[in-house]
Design a protein. Structure first.
Length: 241
């Protein structure tokens, strides 16, 4: 048996192992989502023993929220740290929230910022939104409205309604970007379509300052952008599956 054959077998075995691990994780998440916590742990436990970051994150959530067990923030923190050390963005973000809130660890806004930034770089929409807020409010970092807008837009284009609303506000006020009533209207419209109530109120306020043709143009832009965002969202869902 030559080296090429041995390498091919190793790759096949590794791929099969990864597929099995991913399947076990999905089974655990399925059980978790339907409230079958014991069954979920049965799926997660072997993955924990392997040091699999996504499983560490899921079980960390169980400890954090008291799902099927006594609430234990310290154990949750430990598991999130293990997963974050493997560059798992969801765990990095959960740790960031803990350091922001100061529970069960000492409050450390600079560390929260750094962890949020790491998770945002991996494309996690919630982290991108929070990073934008941190730049806008100078939380754990310096104030930078331009960077805040950049992070809001990244999350907004992943259909994150809160980011869409904040992005509209930045355009309305001209903070970190050009002042644009049209862009405010566009993003408020999209956030409103995603069910965020305050965005609908802001959209109405925008509309009162716009002419008929300007409203029609902005509506067309909002519809085109929204459909594009939804299409990208569907593609991501298929790739995750």
């Amino acid at each position: 048996m030559n080296k090429f054959t041995l390498t091919s077998i190793a790759i096949l075995l590794s791929t099969a192992s990864l597929a099995t691990t991913a399947a076990d994780l999905k089974s655990g998440i399925f059980e978790l989502n339907r409230g079958q916590f014991k069954a979920a742990m049965e799926e997660f436990q072997p993955l924990l023993e392997e040091g699999y970051a996504p499983a560490q994150y899921q079980v960390g959530l169980m400890h954090k929220n008291g799902w099927g067990m006594r609430k234990d923030l310290k154990t949750a923190h430990k598991l999130f740290t293990l997963a974050a050390d493997q560059n798992y963005p969801d765990a990095q973000f959960e740790l960031a929230l803990m350091y922001t809130e100061g529970e069960p660890v000492k409050k450390d806004l600079k560390k929260a910022f750094e962890l949020t930034k790491l998770a945002a770089k991996k494309g996690l929409a919630s982290a991108q939104f929070n990073l934008g807020v941190m730049y806008a409010n100078a939380t754990g970092t310096y104030r930078d409205n331009t960077k805040a807008v950049r992070e809001y837009e990244k999350a907004a284009r992943q259909n994150y309604a809160l980011a869409q609303f904040n992005l509209a506000l930045m355009h309305f006020e001209g903070k970190g970007t050009e002042k644009s009533l049209e862009q405010s209207y566009v993003w408020n419209t999209i956030a409103s379509r995603n069910g965020y109530g305050p965005a609908e109120k802001s959209r109405v306020l925008d509309e009162r300052q716009m002419g008929v043709k300007a409203i029609e143009k902005a509506r067309e832009k909002a519809e085109t952008l929204y459909q594009n965002i939804r299409a990208q969202e569907e593609l991501r869902a298929k790739s995750d599956f």
